[in-house]
Write a protein that binds this ligand. Structure first.
Ligand SMILES: COC(=O)C(/C=C/C1=C(C)CCCC1(C)C)=C/O[C@H]1C=C(C)C(=O)O1
Ligand SMILES: O=C(O)CCC(=O)C(=O)O
Ligand SMILES: [Fe+2]
Length: 386
């Protein structure tokens, strides 16, 4: 599904951050300089707040004894309740494959800019090389170069955006995405069990799940205190799998109790986060946490992110098992394809907590539901009709 923008946009000139860095300019262009309230606090030493989110040992869930299994499931449930994030170790994915995907990603980002721009991310779309979610000339930009591809189903692929250089790029992406897909299916099974649900409940519902990948490259920035690597957002997926480049410095931050908590990378672990879809399905029990990325003065950073989501045809709403007289339905039902379209054609930043499930309407087909959350409604709210 290629998102179709039904309004004209002028995004102006989007500077390529790697080129800015090469030019060794010390002054950060204004479009990257955040308003004071948005600027990250930059720690000079390791931040005392820096935290390692709970670490789940997948081997204990896949083949552990009863006691290990039970312990790990409880840990998983607590991580999803408290953080909406966890890291997974002993995930069974060949560590060489993790190295290979990082290698081809870095080789791609290190190509001359003219070569990378052969695969442009057109304004208002999310696949290819560039910056996603930019819709106006005065929007602040992220200190990041992105390369994103739709992977499954095949119909969302744009073959013109698959690089031929580095030569191993496509093969490595195919192998990696197959392995990550298996991991997502396993994780969804354990997430269902952690809620006391049938293990297959999500997979049975999702149809042929949509899978997409985004590589984020954050060059070192001379003024990390002024810019953001990636604007605050929650993911629209069911699950997101994030691989942080080897030797990564802290970059990912999660908003917890109104404070940005830097997440300490764990070697060879994959970071998993709950996306908006699971939040809605679980009627808000497992929340999709707001997160962002910050940059570093000396070190660059790479992240490789997989979004795993239901098929576009699927209707999403709180599962009956998650609703009762004490937990009323907090979300309306909506179509995931509509939601995806809405997600990719709206700004990523500035999404207030109350609007997190779905952002401000373009076509006004969204209405406020219980608890002030805004979700898709096929009937436009009265105030938005005029
Ligand atoms: C830059 O892209 C994203 O941040 C992103 C987009 C993913 C997609 C593609 C690259 C190709 C077409 C499919 C899809 C929209 C999934 C984030 O993905 C989140 C947002 C939604 C919605 C989702 O399901 O995953
Ligand atoms: O690079 C990171 O740590 C965050 C990436 C992210 O949140 C995303 O791509 O959605
Ligand atoms: Fe994200």
């Amino acid at each position: 599904m290629a998102p179709v923008l039904d309004f004209p946009i002028n995004v102006g000139l989007i500077d390529d951050v790697q080129e800015l860095k090469k030019a060794r300019k010390t002054k950060i262009p204004n479009r990257f300089v955040r308003d004071v309230a948005e600027r990250p606090a930059v720690a000079t030493t390791q931040s005392p707040l820096s935290t390692s989110i709970p670490v789940i040992d997948l081997s204990k869930l896949m083949k552990g004894n009863k006691e290990d299994f039970h312990f790990e499931i409880m840990k998983l449930s607590a991580s999803c309740d408290e953080w909406g994030f966890f890291q997974v170790i002993n995930h069974g994915i060949d560590l060489d494959l993790l190295k290979k995907i990082e290698k081809v990603a870095m080789e791609f980002f290190m190509l001359p800019v003219e070569e990378k721009q052969k695969y442009p991310m057109a304004p208002g779309t999310v696949q290819g090389y560039g910056q996603a979610f930019v819709f106006s000339e005065d929007q602040k930009l992220d200190w990041c170069n992105m390369f994103a591809l739709g992977l499954v189903p095949h119909s969302i692929r744009n073959p013109k955006l698959w690089p031929t250089n580095p030569p191993m790029f496509s093969d490595t992406v195919e192998t990696y995405s197959r392995e990550i897909r298996k991991l997502c299916k396993d994780l969804l099974r354990f997430i269902a069990l952690s809620l006391g649900l049938r293990g297959n409940v999500f997979e049975d519902m999702f149809g042929e799940s949509v899978q997409a990948m985004r590589m984020n490259y954050y060059p070192a920035c001379p003024r990390p205190d002024l810019v953001l690597g990636l604007s605050p957002h929650s993911d629209g997926s069911a699950l997101t799998v994030l691989q942080q480049g080897k030797g990564s410095t802290v970059g990912l931050q999660i908003l917890k109790n109104n404070t940005w908590v830097p997440i300490q990378p764990v070697t060879n672990a994959l970071v998993i986060n709950i996306g908006d879809t699971i939040e809605v399905l679980t009627n808000g029990r497992y929340k999709s946490s707001e997160h962002r990325a910050v940059t570093h003065k000396e070190n660059d950073r790479l992240s490789i992110v997989t979004f795993y989501a239901p098929s576009y045809e699927i209707e999403i709403g709180p599962m009956p098992e998650m609703v009762d007289e004490n937990n009323h339905s907090k979300y309306r039902r909506y179509n995931h394809g509509e939601y995806s379209r809405h997600y990719v054609t709206n700004k990523l930043q500035d999404r207030p907590e109350a609007l997190r499930v779905v952002q401000e309407p373009i076509n006004a087909c969204w209405s406020i539901c219980l608890l002030g959350r805004r979700v898709y409604s096929p009937t436009p709210p009265k105030s938005a009709e005029s």
